[in-house]
Design a protein around this ligand. Structure first.
Ligand code: GLU
Length: 478
């Protein structure tokens, strides 16, 4: 077992029970009667499946799941992961986090999650395609996928390639469905994906932490200066989420002091160049022995090094009752889903560490998935209708201003000023606005509770209020 996925020292509750425990902690601060809370908390549909796939000259029986946690808004939404750690409890926990995540960032979906219990590294692309297409047809057979039913996306161990196989399987089994591309998000741009989806989760993490770093009062409490510039950051996980988070921090002047992957970790108090580390890993197969850095053969030791911000962006339960006491970061930003156990939360809260919760911080992925779904349903690229119109408008404004002032802007300034929005500009701007707005909604809830709870509990109250409110609006309880 690699050290990034290390299972927790036995805490007395499962991952799903941990999420329920966090929910209960927050529910007491909301206005809903117990029955409504019970309904919000429960997983609505759990589909556990076993299907055979011929691998080489043998038949393997594959264990897989799709859990729809909440139908209060449709479609349901959430990724599909490929990992040997997949089990029903994990998928239920992750599906429920998706409900709260979507509610927090006002993405109008119920939460879901899928998982296939395989180690994707063990299979060829051909075998993975067979497994993925078979999983997709199992979902289609049971009506567990569709643009208005349930819309999966990438998660740990999957990416745009798997999404395109699923989109193709769906389209071939639903001939003539003009909206079929909207059955899944995270597709390659050439196959109905949206620009900006790949980096969305990492970018959302950056926007979320940047918002916290810009609040004077909170920075004073932590004894940190305002802003991203110069902050020391450790990132665990160099997959899609961790890599992009590290890249955006690095590009915006933060110092990446530590990086951890399954093979081990590296630390350099003077900073690591994320691009060079990634190139080094491509060449040597490992981040270990990167010039000038200290090696940690036990990856988890890297998390305990000196830094301002720690971003666990791999799998769940990596910071738990055993190691939380040794964490030195002042801010922990949950890039992964569930990287902290409830025990870790308590220990970090006592130490005065601000934990920015997963259901908010990694919501950038599903936010941009929402944009992709909208693009697929509207059958038009964002910016296609208005880019040139906007450029012409900016041109006439500039022309008028230059005429009135008698001054001319430089060619570089002209290019910038006349730039109409492309798809990626609109996606980034929609994501930035979402992360900023949601951050302040959570902070307001936190202040309304007189800072007596942590940010996760405050976030849960916001999410519960939104989900509970929509049940009331729908009149589901006669
Ligand atoms: N798997 C991602 C998550 O956990 C994205 C989900 C989605 O885009 O639907 O948030």
């Amino acid at each position: 077992m690699d050290t990034l996925t290390a299972k927790p020292v036995q805490e007395h509750y499962s991952f799903f029970q941990g999420v329920e425990r966090n929910f209960d902690k927050a529910a007491q601060y909301t206005r809903f009667e117990p029955g409504i809370l019970q309904q919000i908390k429960a997983c609505n549909s759990v589909y556990s499946m076993r299907f055979p796939v011929r691998i080489g000259d043998q038949i393997e029986v594959i264990e897989a799941y799709r859990v729809q946690h909440s139908h209060h808004r449709l479609p349901c939404k959430g990724g599909i992961r490929y990992s040997m750690d997949v089990n029903q409890d994990e998928v239920m926990a992750l599906a429920s986090l998706m409900t709260y995540k979507c509610a927090l960032v006002s993405v109008p979906f119920g939460g879901a999650k899928g998982g296939i219990k395989i180690n994707p590294k063990k299979y060829s692309a051909f075998e993975l395609e067979k497994i993925t297409r078979r999983y997709a047809s199992e979902l289609i057979k049971k009506n567990f996928i569709g643009p208005g039913i349930d819309v999966p996306a990438p998660d740990y161990g999957t990416g745009s390639r798997e999404m395109s196989w699923i989109a193709d399987t769906y389209a071939s089994m639903k001939p003539g469905d003009v909206d079929s591309l909207a059955c899944i998000t995270g597709k390659p741009v050439s196959q109905g994906g949206v620009r900006g989806r790949t980096e969305a989760t990492g970018l959302g993490i950056f926007y979320g932490i940047r918002e916290l770093l810009n609040v004077q009062e909170d920075m004073d409490k932590l004894g940190l200066p305002l802003g991203v510039e110069g902050k020391k950051v450790i990132v665990q996980g160099l997959g899609n989420v961790g890599y992009h988070a590290a890249k955006f921090f690095f590009d915006n002047g933060a110092i990446i002091v530590g990086l951890a992957e399954y093979e081990g970790g590296i630390y350099n108090a003077n900073g690591l160049d994320i691009y060079k580390v990634v190139d080094f890993r491509k060449e040597t197969g490992s981040i270990l022995n990167y010039p000038g850095a200290t090696n940690f053969t036990n990856s988890k030791d890297t998390l305990e090094c000196e830094c301002d911000i720690l971003i666990p962006a791999a799998l769940e339960n990596v910071i738990n009752g055993e190691n939380a006491g040794r964490i030195k970061a002042k801010i922990v930003g949950e890039g992964a889903n569930g990287p902290l156990t409830p025990d870790a939360d308590e220990i970090l809260a006592k130490k005065g560490v601000i934990v920015v919760p997963d259901m908010y911080l990694n919501a950038g992925g599903v936010t941009v998935s929402y944009f992709e779904w909208l693009k697929n349903l509207s059958h038009v690229r964002f910016g296609r209708m208005d880019k040139r119109f906007a450029e012409n408008q900016y041109g006439s404004i500039l022309h008028t201003v230059e005429g009135l002032t008698g001054k001319r802007v430089t060619d570089i300034e002209r290019k910038q000023l006349l730039h109409g929005p492309d798809e990626v500009d609109l996606v980034y701007s929609g994501l930035e606005d979402t992360m900023i707005t949601s951050y302040h909604e959570i902070r307001e809830a936190y202040l309304n509770l007189n800072r007596s709870v942590d940010m996760r509990t405050a976030a849960f109250t916001v999410a519960i209020n939104k989900v509970g409110g929509s049940y009331e609006e729908l009149g589901i309880f006669p």
